[in-house]
Design a protein around this ligand. Sequence first.
Ligand code: ATP
Ligand code: NI
Length: 323
Amino acid sequence: MNGETLLEVDDLRVSFRTGQGVLPIVEGVSFVVKAGEILSVVGESGSGKSLTALAIMRLITDPNAVITGSVRFRGQDLLGLPEPAMRSLRGGAIAMIFQDPMTALTPAYTVGAQIVEQIMAHRNAGRMAARTRAIDLLGAMGIASPRDIAGRYPHQLSGGMRQRVMIAMALSCDPALLIADEPTTALDVTVQAQILELILRLRGEFGSSVLLITHDMGVVAKVADRVVVMYAGAIAEAGATRALFARPAHPYTIGLLGAIPRLRGPRLVRLPAIPGAPPAPHDRPSGCGFAPRCAAATGICAAHPPLITHDGHAVACFHARAA
Ligand SMILES: Nc1ncnc2c1ncn2[C@@H]1O[C@H](COP(=O)(O)OP(=O)(O)OP(=O)(O)O)[C@@H](O)[C@H]1O
Ligand code: NI
């Protein structure tokens, strides 16, 4: 890891024009992904994780979407890039994989043919060379008989195998950045672990940076170097995974980690998952989004807490636990 900044997201905002006015969803998110690192964005459903990723990739197609802020990849502003240039980045220097690989795979072609097409479209490779590389990649994904799998159609493969194929396809053009949105959520636990191992190995073997979106703190603990915790469209807390797990400062992170053991009678029990649910986008409070669910909330939380960074650990909470 050389620590160089690869992706820089600054005050990213995504809103939608609706009949009732403009609905903000992503409300000013900033983070960087450094070369060779795995950064995880974690948060409950509806916190704006996927829209953040889609905005970075310029894949929000809703004509009512309003996107502001800046996204820089290797210093280049992606939000202002002409679409043809953006298209050649996608699947090239920046690749994305989704929860459901079927959305990215075409049912009518064998998976081998799709990887070959991808390689030929983004690199100056002939069909033979592309085919060799496709087979090599499938092998590198831990697929025991890559030639056999390359000849199959997506629907002939298991969910875990399809996810491997999609990762192989994403890596086929040596992306500097892989954006993975809940890549293991649809898989059973064993396959989940295998896919995470695979993502972890990518950095070593391919040198890719990874922006990994998940709602699972266990996944974060396993693979992420740094983590961004999102709540109701904003960053609640961000920092190095180890520091954040050792000393979570935001009540939401503390809740996510189940980190406050409480004495109940003679037994030490963990608090259950955070009671309540995140606010719907049209129901978000004007101040701290977490306040309605927060045991520490007071009057001051009616204001929006600024994200304050200290030693690389950022927290947006008036009642942040001291580090
Ligand atoms: N085109 C749209 N118009 C209006 N609202 C939208 C649109 N697309 C998404 N949203 C809303 O934005 C919110 C955030 O969505 P997003 O998919 O980014 O959340 P997420 O954090 O990825 O959640 P999950 O864990 O469920 O994937 C959701 O409440 C969703 O309903
Ligand atoms: Ni999502």
